[in-house]
Design a protein. Structure first.
Length: 326
């Protein structure tokens, strides 16, 4: 497939730079339109207010990477271990109303996590997060030999639900708000490594089964972060414009790729900068799309609102919550 020929969704305007910092990741939007995002290299979390101004929300962030909100408007953080020292290697949560900041899990059965990367919340309030290791070929900091996917139940219990060989190196993650489907980006940055998007069925307890391949970006750079819209379409931050080594090609140019759950490529939103990392829905109608790439946070408009875990906090906030469509 010639990915560069995949055009924008109908009536979607070009992306614009919302603000510039350093190495952006982990966008998450609250119900009032504030965009929280990670600047991993500078070890901080920033927040962009409606109107485009931004300020530091937390510093140090303990190398926070992926973030998301739950149904109560609490912000979850994957505190990783990349781009310098001082990583938390744990999952934490901030209650923005009270300021309470708590550790949800800092090890699994007594062993430190590798580098929690991305996180999502299902309609039952369960959190799912990935724990890969992208520290380079030596990977000497790893204390466990598994790069897994974990579930945190509302009572705080943590369960490893996926590991090798089912997946190779989990990265981005998304879950439907009816708690029925889980999607995993399997992105292993070595020659011949996976560049796949997997779908799993979830049972009533949040356990995955029926692994199905949705898309394979190989041999180009695969996806990083991922979100779902109200129709179930996957929005994948994927590709690169200048390959960084023999493990990837320029065959998948940087962009947001819209792919249906049954593996149909619908369109692509080009991003003019390496490296695209993640994305999140927001705005008064849930149709603003915020995209982190390189030193920038981009924004554009899409036609279908995103699946968002938390309910509206104000009268202007009218987005799809899992019960209905637009």
């Amino acid at each position: 497939m010639n990915y560069s020929e995949i055009g924008l969704p109908e009536d979607t305007p070009p992306v614009n730079v919302a603000t510039s910092v350093a190495f952006t990741e982990g966008p998450a939007v609250d119900a009032d339109g504030n965009v929280f995002f990670s600047d991993i290299i500078n070890n901080r979390i920033l927040v962009m207010r409606p109107g485009g101004t931004h300020k530091v929300f937390r510093s140090p962030s303990l190398r926070t990477n992926g973030q998301t909100f739950d149904q109560q408007g609490r912000l979850y953080h994957c505190e990783g271990a990349e781009f310098g020292t001082g990583g938390g290697r744990r999952v934490t949560r901030t209650d923005l109303k009270t300021g309470n900041y708590e550790v949800l899990t800092q090890n699994y059965q007594g062993t430190l996590y590798n580098s929690p990367n991305d996180i999502c919340i299902d309609g039952k309030g369960r959190a799912y997060f990935t724990d890969p290791c992208y520290w380079g070929p030596s990977r000497e900091k790893m204390e466990m030999d598994i790069e897994g996917v974990y579930r945190i139940d509302p009572d705080g219990a943590v369960t490893r639900i996926l590991e090798q060989p089912t997946i190779e190196r989990p990265n981005g993650i998304a879950v439907t708000q009816d708690s029925a489907k889980l999607y995993i980006v399997d992105s292993c940055s070595v020659p011949g490594g996976n560049r796949k998007i997997w779908q799993f069925d979830l049972d009533a307890d949040g356990n995955p089964s029926n692994q199905t391949l949705v898309w394979d970006f190989a041999p180009g750079r695969g996806a990083d972060g991922m979100r779902l819209d109200a129709n179930g379409t996957l929005y994948l931050a994927a590709g690169i414009n200048t390959p960084r080594g023999p493990h990837e090609t320029d065959g998948v140019p940087a962009g947001v790729y819209l792919i249906t759950p049954n593996g149909v490529m619908k369109s692509r939103i080009p991003i003019p900068e390496d490296v695209i990392t993640n994305l999140a829905f927001g705005g008064h109608d849930g149709k603003n799309l915020y995209i982190t790439a390189g030193k920038n946070l981009y924004q554009t408009r899409v036609n279908v609102p995103g699946q968002i875990a938390y309910p509206k906090w104000s009268s202007e906030w009218e987005v799809w919550r899992g019960e209905s469509g637009e």
